[in-house]
Design a protein around this ligand. Structure first.
Ligand SMILES: [Mg+2]
Length: 339
């Protein structure tokens, strides 16, 4: 007798149960079933962790060939037709931020020091296991990066993940790697992070290495009077595990500022990268931020920086350089050719 296969599809942060399938059904049938549950058309579905002989299985491949455990979670990327139509038209009034709020001055500081949150961080330091990929290097600062909308537009549709990658990602990481150990922290699960980093070619790049990954389990929930209970990424977890990284030498990029509520001074709110198809040719955020990272890497400590004004900082430096160029100092004796 054929046994029924029950699978879970994870898409857009939600889980869908797909049942009424048997071992003799094909990937094509599975995709149809997923379509009925999610509305994502079969040709738009990218089933990230389904592998047959190391490759994504073809539509005629049978489920029996994949030896899936009951309840196996398939991670899917893909957009609805409506969302695709949306992504290809320029909206009249694009809101600057979606699903975000700016932290008011003062509020963050109060939360930063609350005893109860510090004890949650302690618990993560003791119990959470950071996924270490490469050794830390001496005398490097630390850059912690969010994934979704920071490095990658995870809601638009594309033939391959590469099209959703933020422009200049590899150039940015290569440049940052000179002065910083690079970590990834995403509010999703570890499997997703690994798949996404593979998809973008980040985990296998020759010119830089990622030091470690953190996922949603390293986050903590905090209560804010205004916004209720929210999840944040406390850098204290990293600082507790790796004492060489401190508030003085760590910087974190995220498109959602609430993620650095516990360490606002170390956070830089990056402009969100959305609608990859429209913005791919003009987005230069990572190029500019690579310059900022290089510039501040020479500082002993980051504690006097206000990353909200990173563009102003770069501008001031440019001005300063120009000025120097115009009024050169008289040459010192060491500049004279040897006699
Ligand atoms: Mg994000």
């Amino acid at each position: 007798m054929e046994s029924e296969i029950k699978l879970i599809v994870k898409w857009n942060s939600k889980e869908y149960e797909v049942d009424c399938l048997s071992e003799n059904d094909s990937i094509g049938t599975l995709k149809e079933a997923i379509f009925r549950k999610t509305g994502v058309r079969p040709e738009r579905q990218k089933l990230l962790n389904l592998k047959f002989k190391g490759k994504m299985p073809e539509n005629d491949c049978l489920l029996s060939a994949l030896t899936l455990k009951p309840g196996f979670k398939i991670m899917m990327m893909g957009s609805l037709e409506a969302a695709i139509a949306d992504a290809n038209t320029v909206p009249d009034d694009l809101p600057e931020v979606i699903d975000d709020f700016d932290i008011k001055d003062g509020e963050d500081v109060a939360i930063e020091n609350k005893e109860v949150y510090l004890s949650k961080i302690d618990k993560r330091i003791r119990e959470y296991e950071i996924k270490v990929l490469n050794p830390t290097r001496q005398d490097k600062k630390l850059l912690v990066l969010d994934i979704d909308y920071t490095l990658f537009d995870h809601l638009s549709v594309a033939e391959c993940g590469y099209e959703l990658m933020r422009p200049y990602l590899h150039e940015f990481l290569t440049s940052a790697y000179m002065d910083y150990d690079i970590a990834i922290w995403s509010a999703t699960n570890m499997k997703w992070i690994e798949e996404k980093m593979k998809l973008l070619g980040v985990s296998t790049h020759n010119d830089y290495k990622i030091v470690f990954y953190l996922d949603s389990l390293a986050m903590i929930t905090v209560h804010t009077p205004e916004y209720g209970v929210i999840k944040v990424k406390p850098l204290g977890v990293i600082w507790g595990k790796f004492p060489q990284y401190t508030p003085e030498n760590t910087i974190m990029f995220d498109d959602t500022s609430r993620n650095f509520l516990m360490n606002p001074q170390n956070g830089l709110k990056i402009r969100a990268f959305r609608q990859a198809h429209l913005n791919r040719s003009s987005d230069r955020e990572l190029l500019k931020l690579a310059k900022y990272l290089r510039a501040i890497a020479q500082l002993e400590s980051f504690v006097n920086l206000n990353h909200r004004h990173w563009e102003r900082y770069l501008k001031a430096r440019r001005k300063e350089k120009k000025h120097k160029h115009r009024d050169p100092e008289p040459p010192s004796s060491s500049d004279n050719p040897p006699t």
